[in-house]
Ligand binder design. Structure first.
Ligand code: GLU
Length: 295
């Protein structure tokens, strides 16, 4: 079986325990399958990406022994590929320009598609949106942990593919790069489960193959919220010595029920990872969010 996986962080800050669990799960899945694991920095939104954050992420992954294959890809270099994909979608009537401002549709759950047939504000510089009402619906796909998923993408609205300032949006960039890099397996946090219908619809419209999906349970903080940069989850270390002590904690979140001695000397990183690869059975994970404090 060919396996090419990836970790695709947005460098809006250093990795925290929640993003480490996603990186670790995706790395373990790739290595257990004897596959490749690529690192892609999703830096399409420069104002959200402080200088040096991508280097910090690289150092953090290295400290935890999560080595990647080949060169690191940066999405900031991929403008031409995204534009080609958008042109293709527009030519097929799957993408349309929209100059409406958020304020104009704020009474709706999502953008109601007013510009689908013709732009309402041709004088404004437009964003580009996906026509979710075209193509097969509902979208049905299989997640290796969450099972069969079925969602009508129109229920989530015509997502933005390119912003009016000219910045690329995550949904288009991720789909173009996953296909271009030959990604066979997308392993990431369950917060992205409901983004998958848009991505499946884009893959179909662009003639790309469907990857296998595994969404990992989210890690919650003491406040019951997903650990994130927004709630200032603490950065994970970027030196190997401290990482060695942190790794059992991250592994425990991904391997509930695996008996792990507490305290005492901790094995080195490579031994810990090697054992975890041998044990890796993601389908035994619970789908419910994991409380970091319980581990
Ligand atoms: N860049 C996204 C993030 O950091 C993840 C993309 C993906 O794994 O599909 O949340």
């Amino acid at each position: 079986m060919t396996y090419i996986g990836r970790f695709a962080p947005t460098p809006s800050g250093p990795l925290h325990l929640g993003s480490l669990v996603a990186a670790l799960g995706s790395w373990l899945d790739a290595r257990a399958a004897g596959g490749q694991w690529l690192l892609r920095i999703e830096d399409i939104d420069p104002p959200r990406c402080p200088a040096g954050a991508a280097d910090t992420i690289r150092r953090q992954l290295e400290a935890f022994g999560l080595t990647w294959d080949g060169e690191v890809r940066h999405q900031r270099d991929r403008d031409t590929a995204y534009q080609t994909a958008l042109d293709h979608l527009a030519a097929r009537g799957m993408a349309y320009p929209c100059g409406c401002s958020r304020r104009e549709w704020q009474g709706h759950a999502h953008y109601p598609g007013w510009c689908r047939e013709a732009p309402r504000h041709p004088e404004r510089s437009p964003a580009w949106r996906l026509r979710t009402d075209r193509g097969s619906r509902p979208i049905i796909w299989h997640d290796r942990l969450f099972g069969e998923q079925r969602l009508d993408p129109t229920a989530q609205g015509d997502v933005v593919l390119k912003r009016k300032e000219g910045l690329w949006a995550y949904q288009l960039a991720v789909v173009v790069d996953d296909a271009d890099q030959g990604i066979t397996d997308v392993v990431r946090g369950a917060d992205l489960l409901d983004n998958t219908p848009w991505q499946r619809q884009l893959q179909d419209a662009l003639g790309y193959p469907e990857p296998r999906y595994l969404h990992l349970p989210l890690v919650m903080g003491d406040d019951g919220q997903k650990l994130s940069k927004q709630n200032l989850a603490a950065p994970i270390p970027d030196d190997a010595e401290t990482a060695r002590e942190w790794l059992p904690r991250a592994l425990a979140l991904l391997e509930p029920g695996v008996d792990r001695p507490h305290g005492g000397p901790t094995a080195d990183i490579d031994t810990q990872l090697c054992e975890a690869v041998a044990r890796w059975t993601p389908t035994t994970l619970a789908t419910a969010p994991i409380r970091a404090a319980d581990h």
